[in-house]
Design a protein around this ligand. Structure first.
Ligand code: OXD
Length: 311
Protein backbone atom coordinates (compact mmCIF):
# COMPACT_ATOMS: atom_id res chain seq x y z
CA UNK A 1 0.00 0.00 0.00
CA UNK A 2 1.16 3.59 -0.65
CA UNK A 3 1.92 6.05 2.16
CA UNK A 4 -0.72 7.20 4.62
CA UNK A 5 -3.20 10.01 4.02
CA UNK A 6 -3.68 12.13 7.14
CA UNK A 7 -6.84 14.15 7.67
CA UNK A 8 -5.69 17.20 9.63
CA UNK A 9 -8.86 19.06 10.52
CA UNK A 10 -11.20 19.47 13.46
CA UNK A 11 -14.22 19.31 11.15
CA UNK A 12 -16.33 16.23 11.56
CA UNK A 13 -16.34 14.94 8.00
CA UNK A 14 -13.34 12.58 8.21
CA UNK A 15 -15.46 9.44 7.67
CA UNK A 16 -16.98 10.97 4.53
CA UNK A 17 -13.52 11.84 3.22
CA UNK A 18 -12.30 8.30 3.83
CA UNK A 19 -15.29 6.89 1.95
CA UNK A 20 -14.96 9.14 -1.09
CA UNK A 21 -11.19 8.72 -1.29
CA UNK A 22 -11.47 4.93 -1.09
CA UNK A 23 -14.09 4.99 -3.83
CA UNK A 24 -11.54 6.62 -6.12
CA UNK A 25 -8.27 5.13 -4.90
CA UNK A 26 -9.13 1.74 -3.42
CA UNK A 27 -8.09 0.83 0.15
CA UNK A 28 -6.05 3.58 1.82
CA UNK A 29 -4.19 4.00 5.10
CA UNK A 30 -6.31 6.91 6.38
CA UNK A 31 -5.28 8.64 9.60
CA UNK A 32 -7.07 11.25 11.67
CA UNK A 33 -5.75 13.79 14.18
CA UNK A 34 -6.42 11.49 17.12
CA UNK A 35 -4.72 8.51 15.38
CA UNK A 36 -1.77 9.78 13.41
CA UNK A 37 0.38 6.75 14.28
CA UNK A 38 3.94 6.80 12.96
CA UNK A 39 4.01 10.21 11.27
CA UNK A 40 6.97 9.17 9.07
CA UNK A 41 4.46 7.05 7.14
CA UNK A 42 2.34 10.07 6.17
CA UNK A 43 2.64 10.82 2.47
CA UNK A 44 -0.26 13.25 2.03
CA UNK A 45 -1.76 15.78 4.47
CA UNK A 46 -5.35 16.87 3.86
CA UNK A 47 -5.46 19.96 6.02
CA UNK A 48 -7.79 22.65 7.27
CA UNK A 49 -6.37 25.08 9.86
CA UNK A 50 -3.62 22.74 11.08
CA UNK A 51 -1.86 23.53 14.35
CA UNK A 52 1.33 25.48 13.74
CA UNK A 53 4.27 23.15 13.18
CA UNK A 54 2.23 19.93 13.00
CA UNK A 55 2.76 19.26 9.28
CA UNK A 56 6.50 19.87 9.76
CA UNK A 57 6.58 16.76 11.94
CA UNK A 58 5.53 14.60 8.95
CA UNK A 59 9.08 14.15 7.71
CA UNK A 60 8.19 12.31 4.51
CA UNK A 61 5.11 14.28 3.48
CA UNK A 62 4.99 14.76 -0.30
CA UNK A 63 1.77 16.71 -0.80
CA UNK A 64 -0.29 19.15 1.25
CA UNK A 65 -3.94 19.51 0.22
CA UNK A 66 -5.92 22.49 1.50
CA UNK A 67 -9.41 21.33 2.35
CA UNK A 68 -10.67 24.82 1.53
CA UNK A 69 -10.20 26.99 -1.52
CA UNK A 70 -8.24 29.45 0.63
CA UNK A 71 -4.72 28.54 1.73
CA UNK A 72 -3.95 31.36 4.16
CA UNK A 73 -4.59 28.88 7.00
CA UNK A 74 -1.59 26.87 5.72
CA UNK A 75 0.71 29.71 4.76
CA UNK A 76 0.26 31.26 8.21
CA UNK A 77 2.30 28.32 9.54
CA UNK A 78 5.89 29.55 9.44
CA UNK A 79 7.07 25.99 9.98
CA UNK A 80 5.27 24.55 6.95
CA UNK A 81 7.82 22.37 5.12
CA UNK A 82 9.31 24.42 2.27
CA UNK A 83 9.23 22.88 -1.17
CA UNK A 84 6.39 20.42 -0.49
CA UNK A 85 3.73 21.15 -3.13
CA UNK A 86 0.48 22.65 -1.89
CA UNK A 87 -2.73 22.16 -3.83
CA UNK A 88 -6.18 23.41 -2.99
CA UNK A 89 -9.56 21.98 -3.62
CA UNK A 90 -11.57 23.36 -6.47
CA UNK A 91 -15.16 22.54 -5.69
CA UNK A 92 -17.92 23.64 -8.04
CA UNK A 93 -20.47 23.11 -5.31
CA UNK A 94 -18.60 25.51 -3.04
CA UNK A 95 -18.19 28.06 -5.83
CA UNK A 96 -21.96 28.06 -6.44
CA UNK A 97 -22.74 28.40 -2.74
CA UNK A 98 -20.44 31.40 -2.41
CA UNK A 99 -21.91 33.33 -5.33
CA UNK A 100 -25.42 32.41 -4.16
CA UNK A 101 -24.66 33.86 -0.73
CA UNK A 102 -23.40 37.13 -2.26
CA UNK A 103 -26.44 37.35 -4.53
CA UNK A 104 -28.81 36.74 -1.62
CA UNK A 105 -27.54 39.67 0.47
CA UNK A 106 -27.16 41.93 -2.54
CA UNK A 107 -30.75 41.32 -3.64
CA UNK A 108 -32.06 41.66 -0.11
CA UNK A 109 -30.39 45.06 0.14
CA UNK A 110 -31.30 46.07 -3.41
CA UNK A 111 -35.00 45.27 -2.88
CA UNK A 112 -35.11 46.83 0.63
CA UNK A 113 -36.42 43.60 2.16
CA UNK A 114 -35.34 44.60 5.69
CA UNK A 115 -37.35 47.83 5.47
CA UNK A 116 -40.41 45.90 4.28
CA UNK A 117 -39.97 43.52 7.21
CA UNK A 118 -40.08 46.54 9.53
CA UNK A 119 -43.21 47.79 7.77
CA UNK A 120 -44.82 44.40 8.20
CA UNK A 121 -44.09 44.46 11.93
CA UNK A 122 -45.86 47.86 12.07
CA UNK A 123 -48.70 46.60 9.76
CA UNK A 124 -47.76 49.37 7.33
CA UNK A 125 -48.60 49.06 3.64
CA UNK A 126 -45.85 51.35 2.37
CA UNK A 127 -44.22 50.93 -1.06
CA UNK A 128 -40.77 52.52 -1.16
CA UNK A 129 -38.92 54.28 -3.96
CA UNK A 130 -36.54 51.94 -5.67
CA UNK A 131 -33.35 52.00 -7.71
CA UNK A 132 -33.44 50.25 -11.07
CA UNK A 133 -31.14 47.26 -11.39
CA UNK A 134 -29.32 48.93 -14.27
CA UNK A 135 -28.36 51.74 -11.89
CA UNK A 136 -27.15 49.58 -8.96
CA UNK A 137 -23.46 49.03 -9.60
CA UNK A 138 -21.93 45.87 -8.19
CA UNK A 139 -18.19 45.33 -7.72
CA UNK A 140 -16.40 42.11 -6.92
CA UNK A 141 -12.91 42.16 -5.41
CA UNK A 142 -11.04 39.07 -6.54
CA UNK A 143 -11.50 37.50 -9.96
CA UNK A 144 -10.50 33.90 -9.34
CA UNK A 145 -12.95 31.07 -9.90
CA UNK A 146 -15.47 32.27 -7.30
CA UNK A 147 -15.14 35.93 -8.26
CA UNK A 148 -15.70 35.18 -11.94
CA UNK A 149 -18.75 33.04 -11.19
CA UNK A 150 -20.15 35.81 -8.99
CA UNK A 151 -19.58 38.61 -11.53
CA UNK A 152 -21.17 36.50 -14.25
CA UNK A 153 -24.30 35.92 -12.16
CA UNK A 154 -24.69 39.58 -11.15
CA UNK A 155 -24.24 40.65 -14.76
CA UNK A 156 -26.83 38.08 -15.89
CA UNK A 157 -29.35 39.72 -13.54
CA UNK A 158 -28.69 43.07 -15.21
CA UNK A 159 -26.51 44.78 -12.58
CA UNK A 160 -23.67 46.86 -14.07
CA UNK A 161 -20.87 44.67 -12.75
CA UNK A 162 -17.16 45.29 -12.32
CA UNK A 163 -14.30 43.27 -10.93
CA UNK A 164 -10.97 44.16 -9.40
CA UNK A 165 -7.91 41.96 -9.31
CA UNK A 166 -4.20 42.31 -8.62
CA UNK A 167 -3.23 41.75 -12.24
CA UNK A 168 -5.21 42.70 -15.34
CA UNK A 169 -8.04 40.36 -16.40
CA UNK A 170 -10.56 40.56 -19.21
CA UNK A 171 -14.02 39.09 -18.71
CA UNK A 172 -16.87 39.35 -21.21
CA UNK A 173 -19.49 41.89 -20.12
CA UNK A 174 -17.59 42.90 -16.98
CA UNK A 175 -15.72 46.15 -16.46
CA UNK A 176 -12.37 45.21 -14.99
CA UNK A 177 -9.89 47.17 -12.88
CA UNK A 178 -6.56 46.10 -11.51
CA UNK A 179 -3.67 47.07 -9.31
CA UNK A 180 -3.35 49.90 -6.86
CA UNK A 181 -4.35 52.57 -9.40
CA UNK A 182 -7.46 50.76 -10.45
CA UNK A 183 -8.56 50.11 -6.87
CA UNK A 184 -9.71 53.66 -6.05
CA UNK A 185 -11.59 53.99 -9.35
CA UNK A 186 -13.16 50.57 -8.83
CA UNK A 187 -14.37 51.39 -5.30
CA UNK A 188 -15.86 54.69 -6.44
CA UNK A 189 -18.35 52.81 -8.65
CA UNK A 190 -19.43 50.08 -6.19
CA UNK A 191 -22.92 50.54 -4.77
CA UNK A 192 -22.57 46.94 -3.61
CA UNK A 193 -19.07 45.67 -2.86
CA UNK A 194 -18.42 41.92 -2.61
CA UNK A 195 -15.09 40.77 -1.20
CA UNK A 196 -13.82 37.42 -2.53
CA UNK A 197 -10.06 38.10 -2.40
CA UNK A 198 -7.55 35.65 -0.98
CA UNK A 199 -5.85 36.75 2.23
CA UNK A 200 -2.23 37.56 1.46
CA UNK A 201 0.42 39.98 2.70
CA UNK A 202 -0.89 42.49 0.14
CA UNK A 203 -4.57 42.17 0.93
CA UNK A 204 -4.45 42.14 4.74
CA UNK A 205 -6.20 45.32 5.93
CA UNK A 206 -6.96 46.42 2.34
CA UNK A 207 -10.42 47.61 3.39
CA UNK A 208 -9.45 50.47 5.67
CA UNK A 209 -10.98 53.89 6.35
CA UNK A 210 -9.67 55.28 3.04
CA UNK A 211 -11.15 52.39 1.06
CA UNK A 212 -14.57 52.64 2.72
CA UNK A 213 -14.55 56.42 2.18
CA UNK A 214 -14.08 55.83 -1.57
CA UNK A 215 -17.29 53.81 -1.82
CA UNK A 216 -20.34 55.86 -2.86
CA UNK A 217 -22.56 56.99 0.02
CA UNK A 218 -25.13 54.34 0.84
CA UNK A 219 -22.99 51.43 -0.40
CA UNK A 220 -23.48 47.92 0.95
CA UNK A 221 -20.59 45.59 1.79
CA UNK A 222 -20.59 41.78 1.61
CA UNK A 223 -17.57 39.85 2.91
CA UNK A 224 -17.27 36.18 2.01
CA UNK A 225 -13.48 36.19 1.80
CA UNK A 226 -11.52 36.74 5.00
CA UNK A 227 -12.02 38.97 8.02
CA UNK A 228 -8.34 39.92 7.82
CA UNK A 229 -9.07 42.19 4.83
CA UNK A 230 -11.14 44.52 6.95
CA UNK A 231 -10.09 47.12 9.49
CA UNK A 232 -13.07 46.51 11.77
CA UNK A 233 -12.97 49.94 13.42
CA UNK A 234 -13.05 51.57 9.97
CA UNK A 235 -16.03 49.50 8.85
CA UNK A 236 -17.94 50.25 12.06
CA UNK A 237 -17.16 53.97 11.71
CA UNK A 238 -18.36 53.97 8.07
CA UNK A 239 -21.61 52.27 9.12
CA UNK A 240 -22.15 54.56 12.11
CA UNK A 241 -21.54 57.73 10.13
CA UNK A 242 -24.21 56.64 7.63
CA UNK A 243 -21.69 56.42 4.79
CA UNK A 244 -22.40 52.70 4.40
CA UNK A 245 -25.95 51.36 4.37
CA UNK A 246 -25.04 47.98 5.80
CA UNK A 247 -22.81 44.94 5.73
CA UNK A 248 -23.27 41.18 5.53
CA UNK A 249 -20.27 39.47 7.09
CA UNK A 250 -19.53 35.75 6.97
CA UNK A 251 -15.84 35.92 7.94
CA UNK A 252 -13.97 37.57 10.78
CA UNK A 253 -10.50 38.24 12.13
CA UNK A 254 -11.15 35.76 14.87
CA UNK A 255 -13.55 32.85 14.42
CA UNK A 256 -15.80 32.10 16.19
CA UNK A 257 -16.59 35.80 16.53
CA UNK A 258 -16.10 36.85 20.18
CA UNK A 259 -19.39 37.07 22.09
CA UNK A 260 -18.81 40.75 22.91
CA UNK A 261 -17.89 41.82 19.36
CA UNK A 262 -19.90 44.88 18.23
CA UNK A 263 -20.85 43.18 14.95
CA UNK A 264 -23.26 40.84 16.75
CA UNK A 265 -25.61 43.61 17.78
CA UNK A 266 -24.94 46.30 15.21
CA UNK A 267 -28.28 47.21 13.58
CA UNK A 268 -26.70 47.49 10.14
CA UNK A 269 -24.65 44.28 10.28
CA UNK A 270 -25.74 40.75 9.44
CA UNK A 271 -23.47 38.04 10.82
CA UNK A 272 -23.26 34.42 9.65
CA UNK A 273 -20.74 31.86 10.98
CA UNK A 274 -18.45 31.29 7.95
CA UNK A 275 -21.07 29.27 6.10
CA UNK A 276 -21.11 31.05 2.71
CA UNK A 277 -19.39 28.02 1.19
CA UNK A 278 -18.77 24.65 2.75
CA UNK A 279 -16.43 22.03 1.33
CA UNK A 280 -18.41 18.97 0.35
CA UNK A 281 -16.25 15.81 0.20
CA UNK A 282 -18.41 14.38 -2.57
CA UNK A 283 -17.91 17.33 -4.95
CA UNK A 284 -14.41 18.26 -3.78
CA UNK A 285 -12.89 14.77 -3.84
CA UNK A 286 -12.50 14.21 -7.62
CA UNK A 287 -9.79 16.90 -7.81
CA UNK A 288 -8.09 15.57 -4.67
CA UNK A 289 -8.11 12.00 -6.02
CA UNK A 290 -6.76 13.22 -9.34
CA UNK A 291 -3.89 14.98 -7.55
CA UNK A 292 -3.06 11.94 -5.43
CA UNK A 293 -2.92 9.81 -8.58
CA UNK A 294 -0.78 12.41 -10.33
CA UNK A 295 1.59 12.64 -7.36
CA UNK A 296 2.02 8.88 -7.26
CA UNK A 297 2.53 8.70 -11.03
CA UNK A 298 5.03 11.59 -10.93
CA UNK A 299 2.78 13.77 -13.11
CA UNK A 300 2.13 17.50 -12.87
CA UNK A 301 -0.36 18.50 -10.16
CA UNK A 302 -3.52 20.53 -10.74
CA UNK A 303 -4.86 23.45 -8.63
CA UNK A 304 -1.37 24.08 -7.34
CA UNK A 305 -0.79 27.06 -5.09
CA UNK A 306 2.09 29.48 -5.47
CA UNK A 307 3.22 30.17 -1.88
CA UNK A 308 4.70 33.49 -3.09
CA UNK A 309 1.40 34.97 -4.28
CA UNK A 310 -0.59 33.10 -1.63
CA UNK A 311 -3.18 31.61 -4.01
C1 OXD B 1 -12.35 28.21 2.07
C2 OXD B 1 -13.32 28.68 3.08
O1 OXD B 1 -11.23 28.70 2.01
O2 OXD B 1 -14.36 28.02 3.26
O3 OXD B 1 -12.72 27.30 1.30
O4 OXD B 1 -13.08 29.69 3.73
Amino acid sequence: MSGAIAYISRDTDSAQWKTVLEAGLGPIDFRTLDRLGNTDEIEIALAWKPDRGLIATFEKVKLIVSLGMGVDHLLADDKLPQGVPIVRIMDEGLVGQMSEYALYWALRHHREIDRYAESQRARLWQPLDFIDTIHRRVGVMGLGTIGQDTTRKFAALGFPTAGWSRTAKTLPGIETFHGQDGFARFLARCDILVDILPLTRDTRGILDAAAFARLPKGAYFINIARGGHVVDAALLAALDSGHLAGAALDVFHQEPLAADHPYWTHPKVRVTPHIAGATNPRTASPGVIENIKRLRAGRELINRVDPKTGY
